[in-house]
Design a binder for this molecule. Structure first.
Ligand SMILES: [Zn+2]
Length: 99
């Protein structure tokens, strides 16, 4: 499953998948669900979580500066506040879709 196109329309990311399905992602929800280690937390060897917890967002935290494809498996969303660590694999992005 991979996107055939993706674009930001207003405050939505619109993704068209190769099976014809269209997904609409509110940008704020995408940012709040950012999968990077500092946003979502990452367990160490002992299961303790690092990162995660409340994030400090700014108004431009929910604006997309650019989106870059990563190989053939993911999209990297570059947020307008300089946060560029969120790499969404296609599987994760598709699963995040509310249908
Ligand atoms: Zn993040």
């Amino acid at each position: 499953m991979r996107p055939t196109s993706y674009q930001v329309l207003g405050d939505l990311l619109v993704v068209v998948w190769d099976d014809g399905h269209e997904s609409y992602y509110p940008l704020e929800e995408l940012r709040r669900a950012c999968p990077c280690a500092s946003c979502s937390g990452e367990p160490d060897l002992f299961g303790r979580m690092y990162g995660g917890g409340p994030q400090r967002y700014r108004p431009d935290s929910f604006h997309v500066a650019s989106i870059e494809p990563i190989g053939n498996y993911a999209l990297q969303i570059n947020w307008a506040d300089g946060h560029t660590y969120g790499i969404w694999t296609f599987d994760r992005l598709r699963a995040f879709s509310a249908e």
